[in-house]
Design a protein around this ligand. Structure first.
Ligand SMILES: Cc1cc2nc3c(=O)[nH]c(=O)nc-3n(C[C@H](O)[C@H](O)[C@H](O)COP(=O)(O)OP(=O)(O)OC[C@H]3O[C@@H](n4cnc5c(N)ncnc54)[C@H](O)[C@@H]3O)c2cc1C
Length: 244
């Protein structure tokens, strides 16, 4: 689907917000993602997966970090140009209104889908929640709510976001998390320890995004599953964390 770009601006160091016109033809769950064709030529050939950072009747937002060739080309896109997106794909976060204490825990670019989740919790569920986000340093921060941890101590808690949130969690908590694999792994061990619920949105190198190429499999208690098709959101108890 070719949609018009409304805005594509740098909002933090190496981090861009891409807002795309929303034709109101479909709905999207927090946690789902789009496969984006970077340009109309066949380079780069493969679409790139990006989570939904916001979705409303006016626009769809993607927040992306520039890491390689595809995202570098994406930064050159201008308002008024069109972009081809496929989706929304995958599953989303679920069981949001379970009566448990809600925690959003994100790291780096993994905070992006939790911004949309926060908007859904506020507008549809009207439930209280707490948010904890980790970044390496001040210039990387692109979110304006939640408690912040930075690895260099330039903003908020000095250290890892898992250390910041750990003491808050107990068996009445439900955590929605997205971020680097190592962060999610540490958080998973904490959640096992505290016996709380958690859903994690996993990132895996992905080629097709629609369950065909098997490039993004992850080991689960039920064998290998596709992050694009069976995920990207999983119950953390399903994942074989030792294999990651
Ligand atoms: C479900 C999902 C949601 C994501 N959401 C976001 C988001 O909201 N914002 C954001 O900045 N990034 C997100 N990513 C990561 C993003 O897809 C990669 O950073 C991006 O594809 C890199 O493309 P590139 O051409 O710049 O890098 P290159 O390294 O040149 O990419 C080469 C190839 O590897 C794949 N690839 C590289 N890194 C990743 C990665 N981490 N995950 C999956 N495929 C990768 C690319 O799709 C491409 O096929 C998400 C990944 C997944 C799987």
């Amino acid at each position: 689907m070719e949609l018009k770009i409304l805005e594509n601006i740098e909002i933090a160091q190496n981090t861009f917000s891409l807002k795309i016109d929303n034709p109101n033809l479909f709905d999207a769950l927090a946690g789902q993602f789009f496969m984006v064709r970077i340009n109309g030529f066949n380079y780069p050939l493969l679409r790139r997966p990006f989570s939904i950072a916001d979705f409303n009747e006016n626009y769809i937002e993607i927040i992306y970090r520039v890491v390689g060739e595809g995202t570098k080309i994406l930064t050159k896109k201008k308002a008024g140009e069109f972009i081809d997106i496929l989706g929304p794909l995958g599953n989303g976060f679920s069981d949001i209104g379970t009566g448990k204490k809600i925690f959003l825990v994100g790291g780096g670019i993994g905070v992006a889908p939790l911004i949309y989740l926060k908007n859904v919790i506020e507008s549809q569920y009207r439930l209280p929640y707490k948010a904890y986000f980790g970044f390496n340093f001040k210039e990387e921060i692109y979110v304006d709510f939640g408690e912040i941890a930075t690895m260099d101590g330039s903003v908020g808690f000095n250290g890892n976001v898992v250390d910041l949130v750990e003491k808050e969690l107990d068996e009445n908590s439900i955590v929605f998390a997205c971020g680097p694999t190592l962060m999610l792994k540490r958080l998973a061990y904490v959640c096992y320890d505290k016996n709380c619920k958690m859903q994690v949105s996993l990132e895996s190198r992905m080629a097709c995004g629609i369950g065909v190429c098997l490039g993004c499999v992850v080991e689960t208690q039920d064998g290998y599953k596709k992050v694009c098709d069976n995920g990207p959101v999983f119950d953390y108890r399903e994942i074989v964390w030792q294999a990651l």
